[in-house]
Design a protein around this ligand. Structure first.
Ligand SMILES: NC(=O)c1ccc[n+]([C@@H]2O[C@H](COP(=O)([O-])OP(=O)(O)OC[C@H]3O[C@@H](n4cnc5c(N)ncnc54)[C@H](OP(=O)(O)O)[C@@H]3O)[C@@H](O)[C@H]2O)c1
Length: 328
């Protein structure tokens, strides 16, 4: 099949608000050694895309400057050394960047099969949140069945994934969210108790349960000392973002005296090998749940690729529940 030399995409034309996202025509990428070229059907929208657009989350030097960290579609070409995929395979993949486009390249080991019975629209929304939640909550945070797990931002793309996975693996799930409607969505997904943070104090709710074994936090700021209070002795806090800011005053004596662990990670700067290992672990432990339909991404809304600016405005307005997707 002849592939076009150029493609439609959406670029960040200058650091700024959603309006800086504009349709463009650019050269189509070619897959290098160990990479596949994906003909994208749908691309997922994630909060880190908005940070990149605003100029505060630069892509790694070798990544496409176009936004977009995940997509689903079909393999259009394979680079040298790729044996696990062939042209025409339906895949969903974590991307180093470049998902807001008709074509993108990614290491072959960062792609996974589209789960049985799932359409490409849903499959496009899996990679960024499943790689992030699996690596932070289970591989780094060590969540075990029966543990009390608190998720902040429960209605976010990350939160809706974390609730379902933690439930599927037998944890007791608590989640915070910013409205009664979002709290109801968290409970429908499997949270034992959702906490409207505008009306209730999550520290009090968790203390009444004896504290959290593990907390997944994306808020930071004033939440950091409160998370420490909400943990059990020997509890673990995994930080994946700082929507309220990364600088706080914290009494580390409490961390020491109560044997707490504070850790965290970001996915994008990790090595190709580290991401390939997360993909392999997901395929072994999580893909069977997706294949069986026991968990699925929560879909909020769909926009045409050219309307990526509207998609970002919706995400930053925080009215959404679950994932926003671009139709390419
Ligand atoms: N470390 C990593 O590798 C990694 C990877 C992917 C994403 N992330 C981070 O994870 C977070 C979620 O990503 P996403 O794509 O799922 O985003 P998202 O769907 O836009 O979710 C963000 C959520 O945070 C809540 N929120 C926003 N500002 C808040 C505040 N000041 N205090 C409390 N809650 C607030 C919002 O809901 P409410 O209405 O409930 O406030 C919203 O649901 C983002 O911060 C993103 O940067 C990290």
């Amino acid at each position: 099949m002849d592939l076009p030399k150029t493609m439609r995409a959406v670029a960040i034309t200058a650091p700024g608000g959603p309006e800086v996202l504009r349709p463009v025509t650019v050269d189509r990428p070619d897959p290098g050694h160990g990479q596949i070229l994906i003909r994208i059907a749908y691309a997922g929208v994630n909060r880190p895309d908005a940070l990149q657009r605003a100029g505060s989350y630069a892509p790694p030097p070798t990544a496409s400057p176009l936004p977009g960290l995940e997509a689903a579609g079909t393999v259009a070409a394979v680079g040298p050394g790729v044996s696990e995929w062939t042209v025409g395979d339906a895949v969903c993949a974590l991307l180093p960047g470049g998902g807001y486009a008709e074509y993108a390249v990614t290491p072959a080991a960062h792609a996974l099969p589209v789960p049985k019975g799932m359409d490409l629209r849903e499959a496009a929304c899996l990679s960024e949140t499943f790689f992030t939640v699996w690596s932070n909550v289970f591989l780094r945070g060590g969540l075990r069945a029966g543990e009390v797990f608190l998720i902040h931002g429960g209605s976010s793309g990350i939160g809706t994934t974390a609730i379902q996975l933690a439930r599927a693996f037998g944890a007791r799930v608590f989640a915070t969210a910013g409205s009664p409607e979002k709290c109801a969505a968290c409970e429908r997904l499997g949270a034992e108790r959702a906490i409207d943070y505008r009306a209730e104090d999550f520290v009090e709710v968790l203390k009444a349960e004896g504290g959290a074994d593990l907390i997944l936090d994306m808020v930071g700021g004033s939440y950091l000392p409160r998370n420490v209070k909400a943990l059990k002795d020997d509890g673990r806090l995994v930080q994946i973002a700082f929507l309220q800011g990364p600088k706080v005053e914290l009494n580390f004596a409490e961390v020491m005296m109560r044997r707490l662990t504070i850790t965290g990670s970001t996915l994008r700067p990790q090595s190709d090998l580290a991401k390939a290992r997360i993909a392999a672990s997901l395929r072994q432990h999580v893909w069977p749940l997706l294949d069986a339909g026991r968990i699925a991404p929560v879909m909020d809304s769909e926009f045409p690729l050219d309307d990526a600016a509207t998609a970002h405005a919706r995400m930053e307005g925080s009215a959404h529940i679950g994932k926003i997707v671009l139709r390419v």
